[in-house]
Design a protein around this ligand. Sequence first.
Ligand code: R1X
Length: 240
Amino acid sequence: MKLSILQVNTEDLSPYAIVCGDPFRAESIARKLDNVRELAFSREYRTFVGEASGVAITVVSHGVGSPGAAVCFEELIKGGVKTLIRVGTAGSYSAEVPPGSLVVSTAAVREDGLTRQLVPLGFPAVADSDVVRALFEAASETDGLVKKGITVTLDAFFQGVEEFPHQKYKQAGALAVEMEISALYVIAALRGVRAGAIVALDGYADADLREVYDPHTDVVSGAVEREIDAAIRAIVKLNQ
Ligand code: R1X
């Protein structure tokens, strides 16, 4: 069967998938795998398959924001993917986890608009505990700071006239904010598959800490490299 939006044949997909926002990042993740093939590049969704230590891994870009990303997650699950790991970037809430750190998301605050159209807000957006463990172990084997905890998923990237909810979630102990994890966790739960996410912090979300937002630094690209390696090794661990 061909997936209508990803434009990929389901027979080519593997049970494990790494998803990321940026189609160019999907390519750099795929380059770390053996026997890589590009399957399709349709809209923002670019799909590769390859192998790490003999384990087949699908790599797909999902674009920016929960609704578009949800299309990717739903089609992958329809196509037989059973474990999804998001490798992404996020804004830090605290100087204790500065840009360049990695955060494994144990659960996501549902400040997105999409998931409330799927299931009531009381339903949690929570990661699979085995995926969290594998990601945290693999990330801790790399150099640099790694934390695990709650992240916030928000639709807005640029502020309008409404206040961003960063202060209250920071006070409540959330570590970082990004734009897709709650969609991933809710959809994974509704469809009965497992999911996890690791993010590289690329700046401060908190206006008190933020200077100019520039995610194109060596510190950030080093953290992105570490999280990609960690996600690949986490999948190999999960497959053992
Ligand atoms: O999740 C966020 C979004 O995909 C993080 O980076 C993008 C916006 O720059």
